[in-house]
Design a protein around this ligand. Structure first.
Ligand code: ZN
Length: 271
């Protein structure tokens, strides 16, 4: 069984035997697909240097649907994004995004939204790596993570109360610290005082987060202020990333490799 040519991005590559390669790819229509590219390391192979990370490809494979490993029969490069690999910051973010795309994609299911989100982010990284300017790699990372949560139906409530849908005023100020709001990952995000009390009584963990982090995450959410791309101080971006990645890890019930080093640091949003 041969598929129609399909757009794909390589998520992972593994050497296989002397000269072949196994690749896990994200496709638009068939989600995650595992492919054997025979002879991919031979200079004369038609797959030689086609199966690189970050590039957009068009692939055709064969193999019964229930087989875990299909055989790649045609591979064509659609969009080369060679800049990402030449800029360390962009490369790190690119690898992190592929890791999340691998974790968040289903085999043999349509993953159009995820595919388009990954593609858009890779285009941003490539443009940043080549021309500078525009959004920083770190900002593209956090916007991707927020978009990833959204398309999996896991987006946290950032402005209103996750539980009752009403407004969620700041916690009564305790001293001179920055304004904060109740927040519970288990309850789905920001909470009002009443719902925070109820969540705690039912055994959920409830903490607080700074208002500026929640407001910034909301602005970055699906990159919705793209038209008005204000400069974002690095320190605040780090705190937004800290919040988003801890929330994401909670929802995934695991900590991706690309989050580990960053989150070894004490919580940057602790009171
Ligand atoms: Zn509430």
């Amino acid at each position: 069984m041969k598929n129609q040519p399909e757009r794909a991005l390589v998520l992972r590559r593994f050497p296989w035997s002397e000269s072949s390669l196994v690749v896990h790819v994200l496709t638009r229509e068939h989600g995650r697909v595992n492919l054997l590219a025979k002879g991919a390391y031979r200079p004369k192979s038609r797959f030689f240097a086609v199966l690189d990370l970050f590039d957009e490809l068009e692939l055709v494979w064969t193999g019964a649907q229930e087989r875990e490993l299909k055989t790649l029969v045609e591979g064509e490069l659609l969009v080369r994004r060679a800049g990402i690999s030449r800029d360390l910051g962009c490369y790190e973010v690119g690898v992190a995004i592929l890791e999340l795309a691998h974790l968040g994609s289903r085999p043999e299911k349509n993953e159009r939204e995820l595919f388009d989100l990954v593609t858009k982010t890779m285009d941003g990284l490539e443009s940043r790596a080549r021309k500078g300017g525009g959004k920083s790699a770190e900002r593209l990372r956090v916007e991707f993570e927020l978009g990833f949560l959204k398309l999996h139906g896991l987006a946290p409530a950032l402005l209103g109360c996750a539980s009752c849908g009403g407004s969620a005023p700041p916690v009564a100020a305790e001293g001179a610290g920055k304004a904060r709001a109740w927040f519970s990952a288990g309850a789905g995000g920001r909470l009002c005082g009443t719902c925070a009390g109820e969540a705690r009584a039912s055994g959920r963990r409830v903490g607080t987060l700074p208002l500026d982090v929640l407001a910034e995450a909301d602005r970055m959410y699906l990159a919705k202020d793209q038209a008005n791309d204000h400069a974002l101080p690095e320190e605040r971006l780090e705190r937004v990333r800290d919040f988003v990645e801890r929330f994401l890890d909670y929802q995934l019930e695991l900590r991706p490799r690309s989050h580990q080093k960053f989150l070894e640091h004490a919580n940057r949003n602790s009171p």
